[in-house]
Design a protein around this ligand. Structure first.
Ligand code: PAD
Ligand code: ZN
Length: 376
């Protein structure tokens, strides 16, 4: 390509300050170094985790930074030594890399690669430098992906090649939200046919859990949210009943115990609220129930858990990225999308131009959107 080896000037949303709207700027993106890949992002979507960071409620990030971790695009150029992707390939950037060497990549029960930057400690490339500058200033990378930029550079371990036929709008969602929810049901909880599931929180994550529970053959999928506007979509995607805890006279776990012969087989917390995590846990059947924590709780929060509640045989677990590995599983999920094992288009509530990114954040904050896709 004519841009190979050159600095590219393009559009990106820079977060200069926490809590302030993102600023759409012209930035410079350096060419990929050895083992790196420069990607032209075609579509990117806004996940609640981006909003947590933008709002300052999750992790402290280095500034200025380019957020965004749900995206999809086309490889523009590759650095020396890159073998798994080539220019022109459709790809999904990965915040959960796959180095294939560390314990996280080789232990069959694990899925989080040790070379991840999920806590934001590095916020740069592996050589501790950035590929982004704006107005003469270095800009940090976010979650090794920074998809709120028309071009981004990632390490080869942070990119998955996908089938040419996957629509890039839908591919975005495989980069985080869909994969996280779906995998939490089919891979982490291992939902069984005929079972009863309770899903707390019906955003992009919870709705993807519902898709997973349905694919796994659950008989009852109970969808729970304090925003009743979310119920129609939950039913469309497979929920069999919806409950607003605010309408209940008794605590939700007591209601669920009564209506499910003592508790659900599987429950999922998809909000990030420790109180709801306890409700989800208490809703599970004391003899064998499984609860999966997916929501990101505030940094210093704690669960008030009486250990006796575990002795009957309950399991309380958590997962990142739905228990899936980066490169291999993401490529496979993209192919499963083409073979219609599941559909993700129902999760796309809005499409906006990239310049309207702050409107996309507002829609999420107001609870009006599931996933907003931004196009450059
Ligand atoms: P979202 O904000 O779109 O959805 C959250 C939903 O929860 C909304 O529909 C709310 O109305 C609902 N809700 C809020 N409070 C309550 C309550 N007390 N009771 C019932 N419902 C309530 O977010 P999302 O679906 O994009 O993300 C959900 C969480 O998952 C969030 O914390 C995010 O940071 C986390 C996440 N985790 C991973 C992971 O790998 N573990 C990946 C991506 C996102
Ligand atoms: Zn690894």
């Amino acid at each position: 390509m004519e841009t190979t080896g050159k600095v590219i000037k393009c559009k990106a949303a820079v977060m200069w300050e926490v809590g302030k709207p993102l600023s759409v700027e012209e930035i410079e993106v350096a060419p990929p170094k050895a083992n790196e890949v420069r990607i032209k992002i075609v579509a990117t979507s806004i996940c609640r985790s981006d909003e947590h960071v933008q709002h300052g409620t999750l992790i402290g990030v280095k500034l200025p930074i380019i957020l965004g971790h749900e995206g999809a695009g086309i490889v523009e150029s590759v650095g020396e030594g890159v073998t798994s992707v080539k220019p022109g390939d459709k790809v999904i950037p990965l915040y959960n890399p796959q180095c294939r060497e560390c314990r996280g990549c080789t232990d069959p029960g694990a899925n989080v690669c040790h070379k991840n930057d999920i806590g934001g400690k590095i916020s740069q490339m592996a050589d501790n430098t950035s590929r982004f500058t704006c107005k003469g200033q270095q800009i940090y990378h976010f979650l090794q992906t920074s998809t709120f930029s028309e071009y981004t550079v990632v390490d080869e371990i942070n990119v998955a090649k996908i089938h040419d036929d996957v629509p890039l709008d839908e591919a975005c969602l495989i980069g985080c939200g869909f994969t996280t929810g779906y995998g939490s049901a089919v891979k982490v909880a291992k939902v069984t046919p005929g079972s009863t599931c309770a899903v707390f929180g019906l955003g992009g994550i919870g709705l993807s859990v519902i898709i997973g529970c349905k694919v796994a053959g659950a008989a009852r999928i109970i969808a729970i949210d304090i925003n009743t506007d979310k119920f129609a979509k939950a039913i469309e995607l497979g929920a069999t009943e919806c409950i607003n805890p605010k309408d209940c006279e008794e605590p939700i776990h007591e209601l669920l115990a009564k209506t499910t012969e003592g508790g659900v087989h599987y429950s999922f917390e998809c909000i990030g609220n420790p109180d709801v995590m306890m409700s989800a846990f208490l809703s599970s059947y004391p003899g064998s129930g499984v609860t999966v924590i997916i929501g990101a709780a505030p940094l210093l929060s704690q669960l008030p858990l009486n250990p006796l509640l575990l002795l009957g045989g309950r399991t309380l677990k958590g997962a990142i990225f739905g228990g899936f590995r980066g490169k291999d599983d993401v490529s496979q999920l993209a192919s499963d999308l083409i073979s219609e094992k599941f559909k993700v288009d129902g999760l796309i509530s809005h499409k906006l131009s990239f310049d309207e990114i702050n409107k996309g954040f507002d829609l999420l904050r107001k609870g009006e959107s599931i996933r907003t896709i931004l196009h450059f």
